[in-house]
Design a protein around this ligand. Sequence first.
Ligand code: MBD
Ligand code: FE
Length: 264
Amino acid sequence: MSNQRVVEVVEDLERLMLDFVRKHHITHAEYRAATDLIVAEVKAGEESLLLDVFLEAEATDVENESNSGSTLAIEGSFYLPGAPEVTGPAATMPHRPDEAGDALIFRGTVSGADGKPLAGAELDIWHADAEGLYSNIHPGIPDWNLRGRIKTDADGRFAVRTIVPPPYEIPKDGPTGIVLNALGRHFFRPAHIHLKLRHDGYVEHTSQLYFEGDEYLDNDVANAVRDGLVLRIESGEDAELAQRFGIAGTFNTATYDFVLVEEK
Ligand code: MBD
Ligand code: FE
């Protein structure tokens, strides 16, 4: 039995590709190079990376057009469900004893579109380490390092200690990197923190947060930076947070308030 949505979009895609082959006089050798690229992407485990770099931001833009909550952003290729829960007043992302990078307390609130704070909302957070590498993906890093799930308190607030990640560089030597190189593009994404937010009765919210001053904000290889997702890192003293997290002197904080959309 045919599926109406599949007929609609796949037949349109088919027409687009046939027109494309004709328009560019694609040779048989070029056609075969394209199928070989797909095989190479799968062999390298980069098929999602290729699509996420080139297409995913457009799909989230489409969703943002009719989204009344906080701005959505791409998931990227490295999300894994089941990260450890991080709890307590000094909630800290799983990390190595000698984890490199500047300490950051990321904090904020989660509320509904009506402004009602959401207690017990889950923030599923993952980001790269100071080398730009992701645990469970890149070798040599303990499983679940810098991946964690934290819940908001009774007032819908959260605060978690982690490190400021650096810009992320797409592997240069893999098939996706070869394509980017042939296009004359660089391989960098601005530094970012990935998040998925969940709360019963609300639509799961996938986004990413960036940092002011990053040289790749305006030329992200995945073109995924959007207004309102760029955080300012405030460096200063905050007695309450310092006590809570047992840190002395000045430290970095970054704040973001999420708005989730109710399920229909
Ligand atoms: C990532 O972490 C990412 O942000 C993108 C766009 C692609 C792959 C991994
Ligand atoms: Fe990423």
